[in-house]
Design a protein around this ligand. Structure first.
Ligand SMILES: [Zn+2]
Length: 268
């Protein structure tokens, strides 16, 4: 009974956090939205649902199996640190750093950018943008995800914690939420904030080419890819290519990665 109660409490906490985030977005918007919210959010939620189905079908069972073996054999980076709390902490950081590297690759490798562009094409950015990915992207990223889990040595509990952290983090940093400037700045030393990630969603390539972290922000500071010098109201969200407008819509967005010619080149 106790684990069920813990799970229920966790779900309620998660739902409460998402509810608070949606309320806060309306109370303190960071950017002026340029499109009608309802159809855009409906599209993003539909795309997110397809992604969740793909993740549940492939990523969850495969990563779960690897994580169970990690725990049984004390292997990977976690194993090098003897497992336990220290090993689990190292594995958590390794998972997050793996996402930083993957995110850079999705912009720089033309094949991966075809899929990641679908996320960046959204002309406004709010918590629903966090759901806007191509479901095939969930299979394209799967081999790297398996490498992350195997190399980090993360166990089943650590993986469950990391998944929740990651989901809440992506909802949070895509949110159209104006935090007090000093608070946002202090927070962005450690975790990805809405103001920070907004710069990454800029149409200007040299601004997009920054702030790659998706959870812990240390990786941007370590690699000198952190930027905070672009005010939110000076940013045009989206991608600047001739097919961007068409690809904001659901069916064109789903077809776009398979076009004979890419709509826009990946970042150099
Ligand atoms: Zn990106």
């Amino acid at each position: 009974m106790a684990p069920r109660l813990v799970k229920l409490a966790g779900m309620m906490l998660g739902a409460g956090a998402v509810g608070a985030l949606l309320y806060a977005e309306r109370a303190r918007p960071l950017r002026r939205q340029v499109r009608k919210a309802a159809p855009r959010i409906a599209r993003n939620v539909a795309m997110g649902a397809a992604c969740q189905a793909a993740i549940a079908a492939a990523e969850v069972p495969l990563t779960g199996r690897i994580a169970a073996r990690n725990a049984a054999r004390k292997r990977g980076l976690s194993g090098l640190f003897g497992g336990g709390v220290v090993g689990g902490g190292v594995a958590f950081l390794a998972m997050d750093y793996g996402f930083y590297l993957w995110h850079v690759a999705t912009h720089k490798v033309p094949f991966l950018w075809r899929f990641h562009r679908v996320h960046h094409v959204d002309p406004d950015m709010d918590a629903s943008t966090a759901l806007r990915f191509h479901f095939v992207d969930m299979f394209v990223s799967l081999p790297w995800r398996l490498v992350q889990v195997r190399a980090s040595g993360i166990g089943p509990r650590g993986l469950a914690v990391w998944r929740r952290f990651f989901l809440l983090s992506v909802l949070f940093h895509h949110a159209n939420l104006r935090l007090p400037r000093g608070f946002d700045e202090a927070l962005s030393k450690h975790i990805t904030t809405p103001r920070m990630h907004g710069i990454h969603h800029s149409q200007i390539p040299c601004e997009m080419d920054s702030n790659w972290s998706s959870g812990i922000a240390w990786w941007d500071h370590l690699h000198a890819t952190f930027r905070s010098d672009v005010p939110a109201d000076k940013i045009t969200i989206g991608v600047d290519d001739p097919l961007a407008e068409r690809d904001t819509h659901l069916l064109p967005a789903l077809k776009a990665p398979f076009a004979a010619r890419p709509a826009m080149r990946a970042l150099p």
